[in-house]
Write a protein of this length. Structure first.
Length: 120
């Protein structure tokens, strides 16, 4: 395992977790501590998975997108359990959680692979 790749991708997962938390808490409703931890740790998990993954897909970008998708599915379905608000329906919460997870996975892989040259 490449320690440099794992460290960078995990740190980026934490950073994107806080960014995602910032987006989630910018609305009118207050975010509970448990939900905040869930958001931050969920994005961190994407970074860890990208760092330790040995799946070789055709391109690095596809790897990040797939990892973001796979590790955002539980949080996406979990988002459907919360209260529905006029701003976001359950379907919208699930879709946005999964799509943003794919975007964060892509960005983590992009920065790790191209900027820091920590290839798989």
């Amino acid at each position: 395992m490449k320690t440099k790749r794992l460290s960078i991708s995990t740190l980026l997962g934490v950073v994107f977790g806080f960014i995602c938390f910032g987006f989630a808490s910018s609305g009118q409703n207050e975010i509970s501590t448990i939900l905040a931890l869930n958001i931050i740790l969920g994005r961190t998990l994407i970074g860890v998975a990208i760092g330790i993954s040995r799946f070789t897909l055709k391109h690095w970008s596809l790897h990040g997108i797939v990892m973001g998708l796979v590790f955002s599915l539980p949080a996406g379905f979990g988002a459907m359990l919360g209260p529905e608000t006029p701003e976001f329906s359950h379907t919208m919460l699930m879709t946005s959680t999964i799509v943003l997870g794919m975007i964060y996975g892509f960005l983590i892989e992009l920065i790790t692979t191209l900027v820091f040259k920590a290839r798989q």
